[in-house]
Design a protein around this ligand. Structure first.
Ligand code: SF4
Length: 349
């Protein structure tokens, strides 16, 4: 049992199991989530209790392995390592309103999106709630900052690790811990429609973002295998349910690949799909990876597609590129690191 992935109530039960008073569970919770510590020594827990926990239970650790700092802005890309030496990556971005962190939810991914480096080795394993929390805690300790926005958009499909991400987000929300509002959390999914319904029924006002990337099933099938299971219409229907339940606007991530998904017809299809749904489209110029070297559109082509959408009364923005000098897209750093070839992008201090 991984102690620092447990809720306060669960830790109280652990304390009782070891013949301690329930408040020892609260002490443990505070140690892990208020003080952000993983070492029981130095706490005011009884020595015998510490020894028993160290002997019989597990406490997960997350370590920052590498840092790639942009020289253009304050963006940082990070590699995190877990106790079993698996590695994931994350991004820390600074905005006017504070720090946003992109968190990984799985080591690898089984969703197979063709443009994504994270999926090339398949899914290795799910991350536990603490392994996600630890990414945030370690960043805060390293830079002495408070992260105010969390985006589940690192490696992995969050809704494919559903129980753990819900527990992670609830722990992050806990007022004795990180105390982050659900409204400052975003889950980005490739469109696991069944789980979108489950998420809506949790009644948590979390922002939902859908990696859409194309506007019809024939084209989307080719780049995102999830589309063979949940057709675009199924995903949009689930989004409408989510939006109605939570009162929130859905973000659609749309990676632009010149000549493939930026035509007039695509814009019209998008309008039909999103009709009646509170939505916002986030346009992302493709960041080619070794395994998917399609054409990145130039600025003019991106602007032109945005205008097409706006003419159809759709709301769209172009994602601001932060850290463009370290602009390895999701999954690339980890793969390069594993191949021992990070030095060309590494500016680790
Ligand atoms: S884009 Fe997301 S869901 Fe698709 S393969 Fe990559 S990590 Fe998985």
């Amino acid at each position: 049992m991984q102690l620092n992935s447990l809720t306060e109530e669960e830790l109280k039960e652990v304390a009782i199991k070891y013949n301690e008073k329930a408040f020892r569970g609260t002490q443990l919770f505070n140690l892990f989530h208020s003080q952000q510590k993983t070492d029981l020594n130095g706490s005011n827990l009884p020595k015998k209790f510490i020894e028993e926990l160290e002997d019989k239970e597990e406490i997960a650790n997350v370590k920052i392995l590498e840092e790639y700092a942009s020289k253009l802005d304050e963006t940082k890309k990070l590699l995190f390592e877990f106790d079993d030496e698996n590695i994931v990556e994350g991004v820390l971005m600074k905005y006017k309103h504070g720090y946003s962190q992109c968190v990984s939810t799985q080591v690898g991914c089984r969703m197979g999106c063709v443009f994504c480096a994270s999926t090339k080795g398949g899914l290795i394993r799910n991350l536990t709630p603490y392994e996600m929390l630890g990414q945030v805690y370690e960043v805060e300790k390293k830079y002495n900052i408070k992260v105010s926005n969390i985006i589940l958009m690192g490696s992995g499909e969050p809704l494919d690790n559903y129980e753990n991400i819900i527990k992670f987000l609830k722990l992050l929300h806990n007022e004795k811990g990180h105390n982050t509002s659900f409204r400052n959390m975003t889950i980005s999914t490739c469109g696991v429609a069944d789980k979108i319904y489950d998420l809506a029924d949790e009644n948590l006002p979390i922002t939902l973002a859908i990696s859409l990337h194309n506007t019809n099933n024939i084209s989307r099938d080719k780049i995102m295998p999830i589309n063979k299971k949940y057709k675009i219409e199924d995903t949009i229907k689930a989004c409408k349910y989510y939006s109605e339940k939570t009162g929130s606007r859905i973000t659609f991530e749309y990676t632009l690949i010149h000549g493939q998904n930026d035509s007039e017809e695509n814009a019209l299809e998008l309008r039909e799909l999103l009709r009646g749904l509170k939505s916002h489209i986030n346009l992302i110029p493709l960041n080619p990876i070794e395994e998917y070297d399609e054409k990145r559109p130039d600025r003019g082509q991106v602007e032109s597609f945005k205008k097409k959408l706006e003419k159809l009364s759709l709301t769209a923005t172009i994602r601001r590129e932060l850290g463009s000098d370290i602009n390895a897209s999701c999954g690339q750093l980890r793969r390069k690191y594993k191949r021992g070839g990070t030095s060309e992008v590494c500016s680790s201090n």
